[in-house]
Design a protein around this ligand. Structure first.
Ligand SMILES: [Zn+2]
Ligand SMILES: [Zn+2]
Length: 172
């Protein structure tokens, strides 16, 4: 646990260093609000939306508007600090993890969870696709029910009829 904390602390320092460097390079002023938004992105593993971030920092900066958060997130995206998760018409979700990885989306709580899969990275793309498109990225997108939501089902027992009640519940 202590080792894990140490690694997390090191990662946090590394990320903040990257944040400051990238902002400097792109002439984006480092304000306390921007640092806080970025820190909230790092500490969330759920690929938050602008609204999620807004909810999380309202107690620190009560006057900050959702629009300001949104503008800053898009600015971070523009300078390559975060990615926008390819969406399906929902509110934009943001991703601070710049390492190559894939996503699992929980259909119940709508959390997007990172995972890594070496086998998939080694899959060859069919010739005809390479001829037709210029491919710049390869991502695996899985959907289903996450661990936490799955364990919530246990409360409803084995009764299949009751499972639906579990699924419709919001857990955020
Ligand atoms: Zn879930
Ligand atoms: Zn991700």
């Amino acid at each position: 646990m202590q080792v894990k904390n140490y690694i997390e602390r090191k990662n946090l320092e590394k990320k903040l260093h990257l944040f400051k460097n990238t902002c400097h390079k792109n002439h984006l002023k480092i304000t306390p609000q921007r640092v806080t938004i970025y820190k909230k992105l790092i500490s969330s593993q759920e690929h938050p939306s602008a609204t999620d971030i807004h909810r999380k920092i309202k107690n620190i900066f009560p006057d900050i508007s959702l629009n300001t958060i949104n503008t800053n997130l898009l600015a971070f995206n523009k300078i390559g600090l975060i990615n926008v998760v390819e969406g399906s018409g929902d509110a934009k979700r943001f991703d601070v993890n710049l390492d190559p990885h894939h996503h699992f989306r929980c259909l119940d709580c709508n959390k997007i969870i990172d995972f890594y899969n070496k086998d998939f990275e080694n899959i060859k793309i069919a010739e005809e696709l390479i001829e037709e498109f210029t491919i710049t990225d390869k991502k695996l997108h899985l959907e289903g029910i996450c661990d936490r939501c799955k364990s919530g089902y246990a409360w409803f027992g084995e009764d299949v009829d009751n499972v639906n009640y579990g699924r419709s519940k919001k857990r955020r």
